[in-house]
Ligand binder design. Structure first.
Ligand code: MF3
Ligand code: CO
Length: 257
């Protein structure tokens, strides 16, 4: 979500078709990971599940070796409880009551699909269920506004209004982003803002919409592993993401199965 290749690249129909396939494979990888989530499973094992799906298609994740403080070591991000995004897969075993966000990317024929979900492990609290419901609905709202003529600020404002009216917080530090040949293209699409402000949305734009919500405050910090973003107050967090194209027929979710 932070990045520097900030060009907005409009895609033609053929490119959107390739992105749809990248997105479909990404959805398959995430579905396999979701299936594998259970108490006792490690986040490294989830990473292997995604990589096995990628290997089957001869594709790879753009997350692997992504430049940062040091090259990102995983093919997916596994962010548990207070971890908002960019959690690194490892030895951690999931416990009943945890919530986990899994973010995955796929490069197919040079184009990127990027999506994420949050799900409970075993039995989770009512509070955690509500948080996940809210972030899912926030993504639905964002998606419905992916219409030519709207502005990126319309998306941000609608997401912010919905999330904050439910007593939940949105990060200001991390945003949605254009996606295409690069995982991070323009425009930046914050989950907060003002209607009518930001970038004018046009047909052929492909954007990774990714509401990231926190229970306690909107503030985050990065752990000493230099990747994992956590809520500053340790409160629960959740994240959903889809890559969505703006088409003449309205929003097209590219990362659907
Ligand atoms: N979906 C995330 C994003 O949009 C994934 C990036 S993780 C990284 O930024 F390791 F690749 F940076
Ligand atoms: Co993303």
């Amino acid at each position: 979500m932070t990045n520097w290749e900030r060009q907005i690249n409009i895609k033609n129909a053929a490119e959107i078709k390739l992105m749809r396939e990248a997105g479909r494979i990404n959805a398959e990888a995430l579905a396999a990971v979701k299936e594998a989530i259970a108490p006792g499973v490690t986040t490294a094992e989830l990473n292997e599940v995604a990589e096995a799906v990628h290997r089957g298609y001869g594709v790879y994740s753009p997350f692997k070796n992504y430049p940062g403080p040091y090259p990102y070591p995983g093919s997916i991000c596994t962010s548990v409880n207070e971890e908002l995004v960019h959690g690194i897969p490892g030895k951690r075993k999931l416990c009943s009551g945890d919530i986990i966000s899994v973010d995955c990317g796929t490069v197919y024929e040079g184009f990127v699909g990027d999506s994420a979900f949050t799900v409970g492990v075993g039995e989770i609290s009512a509070k955690a269920r509500k948080l996940i419901e809210i972030v899912m609905k926030a993504l639905d709202i964002a998606t419905s506004l992916m219409v030519a003529g709207n502005h990126s600020g319309d998306i941000g404002a609608a997401v912010q209004r919905y999330v904050e009216s439910n007593g939940i917080y949105i990060t200001r530090t991390y945003t949605g982003h254009g996606v295409g040949r690069a995982m991070h293209e323009g425009p930046q699409v914050p989950n907060y803002g003002k209607p009518g402000q930001g970038v004018l949305l046009r047909e052929g734009m492909t954007i990774a919409l990714e509401p990231m919500v926190l229970m306690g405050t909107g503030f985050t910090r990065v752990r000493s592993d230099e990747w994992t973003v956590v809520s500053k107050d340790g409160s629960l967090t959740a994240h959903y993401e889809n890559t969505v194209a703006i088409t003449a027929d309205g929003p097209l979710i590219l990362t659907a199965i």
